[in-house]
Ligand binder design. Structure first.
Ligand code: NCD
Length: 330
């Protein structure tokens, strides 16, 4: 049966995570090897991005190319596909699926990934759907944690920022809740706190989690501080936007704040970081980029290896034992 990747709840089987991370580390070593470069040279990977993307699109497309596959990626599908003529996502996908062996799609609507999985007969990977999920970001985040701490259990992880609208936090928090003894700390303005569906899920998993709007209480107590930007694109009202921006200011990571982090802890961010240009103030000041705790560029580059490993699994299908460990779409 064809598999799709929509949501991190499909990765409850620990053997999948361990196998994928081992494979990602192998891909990092072997990415220039001739063998790897020809693994899938009979395949074509399609990418449709209906929302802006730098890292996700580039690392997916490069991952496919490094595995030998050809790629057809549309980087502005909202304007340059038949979506601009009002075509439904379902029709667009059904009309072209025979072109590809795997499709990677990013869409601005919550639940678009599930809709894509509902119609596609070829494997599909969700590269982010609205405020909902971004499963491959969570995989590369957890791979980064694994590489640094040599473990994925028993960690204290602080999430800072737009918990309500950020799909990366939701995806990673779900993934961490399937593992052992991780404790999660959510730090946000009250109005951008943990959404009810997420709270219910974490409670069901009996995970220890705490919610606060005080960064100081958490910053010096966690192994990982995972900061995210205010997701402006989902806030239409200008007055509300300005209010949220000013509430966000007290969470800004300055050099002084980074110094408060524990030795051996890491500062992560899925990127991009807001700037004055994106109407916001940076949630991590750029001086922090060179701080010993800063780990976000390493994290982002890990996306290439995790996506190479995952595309290899999806392009190999049943021939790769990890494929059957991906659970059904919830
Ligand atoms: C994230 C996303 O698109 O959800 N970016 C990414 O893929 N690394 C985070 C964000 O845009 O804030």
């Amino acid at each position: 049966m064809v598999k799709h990747i929509v949501d991190t709840r499909q990765f409850k089987d620990r053997r999948f995570l361990e196998g994928l991370f081992e494979h990602a580390a192998e891909m990092r070593e072997a990415r220039f090897d001739k063998g790897v470069c020809h693994l899938h040279d009979d395949k074509v990977v399609g990418g449709l991005f209906y929302q802006p993307s730098t890292r996700t699109r580039t690392t997916f497309e490069t991952a496919a190319i490094r595995l030998g596959a050809k790629t057809v990626f549309t980087e502005n599908a909202r304007d340059f596909s038949s979506a601009a003529k009002g075509e439904t996502l379902e029709h667009s996908l059904r009309a072209i699926e025979d072109c590809f062996d795997v499709m990677v799609i990013r869409h601005y609507e919550d639940g678009a990934a599930k809709r894509a999985a509902g119609v596609l007969r070829i494997p599909f990977i969700n590269a982010g759907d609205g405020k909902n999920q971004h499963p491959t970001q969570a995989l590369l985040d957890l791979f980064t944690i694994k590489e640094y701490f040599q473990k994925i259990d028993g960690l204290d992880i602080g999430f800072v920022g737009d918990i309500a609208q950020g799909r990366t936090i939701k995806s990673l928090a779900y993934l961490l809740s399937h593992l052992k003894d991780n404790r999660l700390y959510f730090v946000s303005p009250i109005s951008l706190g943990v959404p009810e569906d997420m709270r219910t899920y974490l409670r069901e998993k009996s995970i220890q989690f705490y919610e606060t709007d005080e960064l100081d209480a958490v910053i010096s107590a966690v192994d990982v501080l995972y900061v995210t930007r205010l997701q402006f694109e989902y806030v239409e009202d200008e007055v509300e936007k300005r209010r949220l921006m000013s509430e966000y200011e007290k969470f800004q990571i300055t050099l002084e704040k980074a110094d408060k982090m524990m030795d051996g802890s890491i500062l992560m961010h899925p990127l991009p970081i807001n700037t004055e240009k994106s109407e916001g103030r940076p949630e991590i000041r750029c001086e922090v980029d060179e701080h010993p705790r800063a780990h976000y560029f390493k994290q982002s580059n890990n996306g290439l290896y995790v996506r190479m490993a995952l595309l290899d699994v999806m392009l190999s299908g049943e021939q790769n034992p990890l494929y059957s460990l991906i659970l059904d779409v919830p």
